[in-house]
Ligand binder design. Structure first.
Ligand SMILES: [Zn+2]
Length: 446
């Protein structure tokens, strides 16, 4: 809101309440969408590393214009469609080592909370009933558009443009007002719920307000989303939430930068990828994609190229190989930990934290066992699952470890043929590889 870094002060000591706008489950997520979910995960892990208890809520938008349209086009039940894409989305989160939020809220399971919120907006006359639905009158909202720096006195050419306000797909009658409830209509088929003010379904914006406040209360510490959600989505969330409760909705907004995918043509032959599964089908791992994301600050705009992620994967594998060679039993370097905390606590500066890891690797003043202990500790925040890639034994030759790393990546990518082939190579060289508790272990054959 202030467009600047602020000192974080929690509502309740040692606790963080956080809401993340989740996916609209009508299609396979674009890899750019996952950047925001990695950011959410890094925020949570950073607070947990600082001994905060984080209550994280992420919604699943399983009813809105897009989901309904798609289910009608495919002639399947809305829930059949949304379940399919929700499952795909969670597979993506798992492959990126993203911790599952404790609270996953599906819009269709919170309709009564949405109806209550709409009713309170009608009661205090911020919302009015029109032909197509219930609308919020933005003239009745204090500081409407502050988050997006909207200047409502201008008719056009402000930051986001008047055009976008009038083009909001919910605005049918009065171009500036937005719908919180859409009355039942033919295009929605059998998707509607009863309500005292008229059967219908919620607008997208009200969904997030109702679900976040139902779990976290009227005021939360942190609300996140991609920067494309600042207007109109988050702007409208603030308007309707604060109008209903009279309390500040969110203390800190965190928005992730945009990710471009190189080239409009998403052809595989050109090594351009737009979906996570396409990445998995290539020889780079989703974890390498995560590592690559860590190397850019979350607010910067980044450009995805296969080559960039491939280079990140090489760096990541080198790190994993180094750490796996180092003996266990070390202690965490206090100096490096102090710097690490300073960086991650400075607006989640992961690029500096990653650079610090490489400084540590080169530092001859720190013993190898201590390097290992320190990097594995930092990985609680990075979430690269390094401990899974790291083997227990130090007596395994480098080329065998490289084969085992490659096999692990093939396994993560579900490329079983390649994984089997690599296993054979490892066995032919006189070693066994076994998988246990999400980690693998190499042993010399007797
Ligand atoms: Zn939202």
């Amino acid at each position: 809101m202030s467009r600047s870094k602020e000192l974080f002060k929690p509502i309740n000591k040692s606790e963080v309440t956080m809401y993340n706008c989740g996916p609209t489950v009508y299609d396979t997520p674009h890899i750019g969408n996952y950047r925001t979910f990695v950011l959410n995960d890094l925020i949570r892990r950073t607070f947990e590393y600082n001994d905060y208890e984080v209550t994280q809520v992420m919604n699943i938008t399983d009813v809105d214009d897009k989901t309904i349209r798609r289910s009608r086009a495919e002639n399947v039940k809305l829930s059949t469609l949304t379940k399919k894409y929700e499952d795909l989305f969670f597979q993506g989160l798992t492959s990126l080592n993203i911790l599952k939020p404790q609270n996953i809220t599906r819009a269709t399971e919170y309709i009564s909370a949405m109806i209550e919120l709409v009713q309170s907006l009608l009661d205090n006359r911020v919302a009015y009933k029109a032909k197509a639905g219930i609308y919020v009158s933005i003239d009745k909202v204090k500081n409407y558009g502050a988050l997006a720096c909207l200047d409502l006195s201008k008719d056009s050419n402000d930051e986001h443009g008047q055009e976008r306000i009038s083009n909001d797909e919910y605005d049918k009658e009065n171009p500036r007002d937005f719908a919180v409830w859409k009355f039942r209509n033919e295009d929605d088929g059998d998707v509607f719920w009863p309500a005292s003010f008229g059967e219908g379904r919620p607008g997208w914006h009200i969904e997030c307000s109702a679900m976040s406040m139902k779990i976290l209360g009227p005021t939360m510490d942190i609300h996140t989303g991609g920067s494309d959600l600042i207007f109109p989505h988050h702007t409208n969330e603030i308007a309707q939430s604060e109008s209903a409760t009279g309390k500040p909705f969110v203390h800190y907004w965190i928005h992730g930068g945009f990710m471009n995918v190189n080239g409009d043509k998403m052809s595989k032959s050109k090594n351009n990828f737009s979906k996570l599964e396409e990445l998995s089908g290539s020889d780079v791992s989703p974890i390498a994609f995560r590592y690559w994301l860590l190397t850019a600050h979350y607010r910067t705009q980044i450009n995805f190229t296969f080559e960039a992620v491939k280079a990140a994967q090489n760096a990541f594998l080198k790190l994993a190989a180094n750490i796996s060679e180092y003996p266990e039993g070390g202690v965490i370097s206090a100096d490096y930990k102090e710097k690490f905390i300073k960086y991650i606590n400075d607006d989640f500066d992961m690029p500096r934290a990653v650079a610090l890891v490489w400084d540590l690797m080169k530092d001859s003043g720190v013993s190898n066992d201590n390097k290992r202990a320190t990097v594995l500790d930092f990985d609680k925040v990075f979430g690269l699952g390094l401990s899974k890639l790291v083997k227990e034994s130090v007596e395994i030759p480098q080329n065998i470890k490289a084969l085992a790393d490659a096999r692990e990546i093939a396994r993560q990518n579900k490329d079983w043929t390649k994984a089997d082939e690599l296993r054979k190579q490892i066995e032919q060289a006189g070693y066994d590889v076994s998988d246990k508790d999400g980690a693998y272990k190499i042993t010399k054959k007797n």
